[in-house]
Design a protein around this ligand. Sequence first.
Ligand code: PMP
Length: 360
Amino acid sequence: MADRVFNFSAGPAVLPVPVLEEARENLLSLGETGVGIMEHSHRGPAFTAVIEEAEALCRELAGIPDNYRILFLQGGASAQFFTVPMNLLAPERTADYLNTGAWSKKAIAEAKPFGKVHVVCSSEDRNFCYIPHGRDFSDGAAYVHYTSNNTIAGTQFSGIPEIPSGGTLVCDASSDIFSRPIDVTQYGILYAGAQKNLGPSGVTLVIIRDDVIERGNDDLPALLKYATQAKAGSMSNTPPTFGIYIMGLVFKWLKQQGGLAGIDESNRNKAAKLYAYLDQSDLFQGTADSDSRSLMNVTFVTGNADLDTKFIATASSAGLSGLKGHRSVGGMRASIYNAFPAEGVDALIAAMQQFEADNT
Ligand code: PMP
């Protein structure tokens, strides 16, 4: 087997090695069943145990109360961009959106066919390099939507944004879900594509409160109604069984890391080291405002596009892959999600120090 490199990819992203090893063990036969994990019927007892365990671990990790459903859906986080307004918006109603990055913009665009959309705040004036403070909420919004971590711009909300009392908060947490403790009770809906912090692509975790499900529009295709999925326990049709299995293993791994408090400490340490290096570097600079920095996606530049390209190539030949920044920001992006090892951050800093010595 080829040696594994340090994979800074923004997603699909690095998974914990023990998770991959356990999955490998079960590809040909899940436990003693003689049938591989991908080959089990979703209605059979073996897979039923898998999905029940994944859900139980998810509830335990995040302290999710009984009045919330946990759904394992398909279509990626992008499908939630339209599923949320399809269920909760209506032509005469308004939904409030915080516009903090390219993914927020996509969510806004996808909501517009279903009702009125009001942008509460935006950081687009500076290419989304900060989290705006001012908010201009509308009266009686159907819900308020925000993106907790902006994968492309490298910014993150440090806490849960305050919304008008009685409002329904909806969060796209695709790139920071379960990276720190979370108070689920503040949310009506919390959703995330799995492929950064939870597992492989192809499964989307949706955590939704019962009264929000009940409020949903009825006149929709069955699969796009949260009510259908909740009633069927995500088994209205064949669910993404392999992805759910891996998610369960990731939850088990997270528990072994000390749960969300434990992984939070590890994430803070990784990010703090990298930002401390950037702050004293004469060559590399972070692109996000310091009070808005993401602990998951660290974006930085040299200020010279040719040097950026050279650094990415140099790092890649030293076993540091996936550092190229998104084309809308340029430069570099180090995605250091839950499963990204601390040694990889040390290796990146060492490579940056060397590059700086050789190029200044
Ligand atoms: N939201 C955020 C914050 C993301 O980072 C991404 C993917 N990078 C998406 C949504 C879209 O996710 P998907 O590809 O699963 O639809």
